[in-house]
Design a protein around this ligand. Structure first.
Ligand code: HEM
Length: 132
């Protein structure tokens, strides 16, 4: 799928894709906040872990929708399509790693840096999409 010599209009970012990636990156950021709340020894440990769990589901769903938006409206933008699909796959891996932490504590060693990589990718994507 080569980057075609599309008109400037067609090469611009798409609002639905930008909004979904923006919400997914907000989701990743909030996951860090919820994690801070339950790692900080809050009395409501169980509540914040549950919020973190549902936050993960919402973030993965948003990344999936962003990938569909990229395929529908930005399919000629290879870097944006591949980057958005990578955001979805990494968010899914992050969720599965999180769910494994109870049984395999080593998973948290990958879980936290992967969250940072997710945030970096989510910030890079809209700038890449806007770049002509
Ligand atoms: C800097 C950000 C993050 C930190 C510090 C963090 C930390 C943690 C920790 C310490 C746990 C283990 C909780 C426990 O079982 O007692 C956990 C669980 C989990 N994390 Fe994260 N996490 C972060 C971001 C994310 C993101 C971005 C996702 C998904 C998109 C995610 C998904 C999950 C899930 C699904 C669990 C399992 C929750 C459960 O046991 O019900 N986390 N996380």
């Amino acid at each position: 799928m080569a980057e075609t010599t599309a008109t400037p209009t067609a090469r611009r970012a798409h609002p639905a894709h930008s909004a979904l990636v923006g919400l997914a990156s907000l989701g990743v950021l909030l996951q860090g906040v919820w994690a801070g709340l339950f790692m900080g020894g809050s009395d409501d440990y169980g509540t914040w872990v549950e919020v973190h769990q549902h936050g993960a589901e919402a973030t993965v769903a948003l990344a999936a929708l962003a990938t569909i938006a990229a395929l529908v409206w930005l399919r000629h933008r290879t870097a944006v399509v591949v980057g958005t699909a990578l955001l979805f796959v990494l968010a899914l891996a992050e969720m599965l790693l999180g769910m494994a932490i109870d049984d395999a504590s080593w998973a948290v060693v990958v879980h936290v840096p992967l969250a940072m990589l997710l945030l970096a990718l989510a910030v890079w994507l809209p700038t890449q999409a806007r770049r002509g």
